[in-house]
Design a binder for this molecule. Sequence first.
Ligand SMILES: C[S@@+](CC[C@H](N)C(=O)[O-])C[C@H]1O[C@@H](n2cnc3c(N)ncnc32)[C@H](O)[C@@H]1O
Length: 238
Amino acid sequence: MNPKMKKDLERLFSEVSDNYELVNHVLTFGLDIYWRRKAAREAAKAGGSLWLDVCSGTGEMAQYLSRQADKQVRIVSADFCLPMMSKALEKFSATQILFSLSKANALPFPDHTFDLVTISFATRNINPRRDILLDTLREFWRVLRTGGRFVNLETSQPSAKLFRKLLHLYARLVVKPVGSFLSGSPAGYAYLSSTIPRFYPPEEFSLILKQAGFGSVFFRPLLFGVSAIHTAIKETES
Ligand SMILES: C[S@@+](CC[C@H](N)C(=O)[O-])C[C@H]1O[C@@H](n2cnc3c(N)ncnc32)[C@H](O)[C@@H]1O
């Protein structure tokens, strides 16, 4: 991602940070809460002691992870947008979670550090091009220890044509105007809604995860495939 594109994206996310969670709940009729909890339960199967939530935003996913985590688990919440991160900072006590202001494709951690890496509703934003997405997924793979787990919650493409069409219409006719109105950021929701139809069908995203180095990959469609949870395991060292 070139520096200008990164700055533009950071500005967009800063603009939507104030009531980002509320807008999500309204636009998904609260389903995003249920999906995050489900993804957190799937993620917690990783066990271990060090978890990373990338593109963590206001820290909602990190919060659900912390509820699933055993006492010994430390969670790191990483994002490149300070206004989003400050919302997350309000949620946690100083000891609960560690914060890292960092870019998803250049994480400041050594190889083989984490037992778990999660990302929610952000993968489609790091997908302006397939090669950039692939590089970023390789970065997640790099910081995972062997046997570690990557869990991705994202909007998806329903396999039934009718549902797919309805989802794309909903993104254009509801997410964009309603999100713009509620957040006060037309540019933010023009961008966020435009990335929904552009994201991959779940089978294709599974292949991209394999291309990034993950061994076994499986996914669970949610609400007829409107969203999906992908789980990918790092099976080998290289
Ligand atoms: C749509 S929000 C999702 C936030 C959160 N994961 C959730 O489930 O609500 C996308 C987040 O990803 C962050 N982000 C986008 N691209 C990023 C990148 N390349 N590196 C780090 N953070 C990024 C944004 O700052 C924003 O907080």
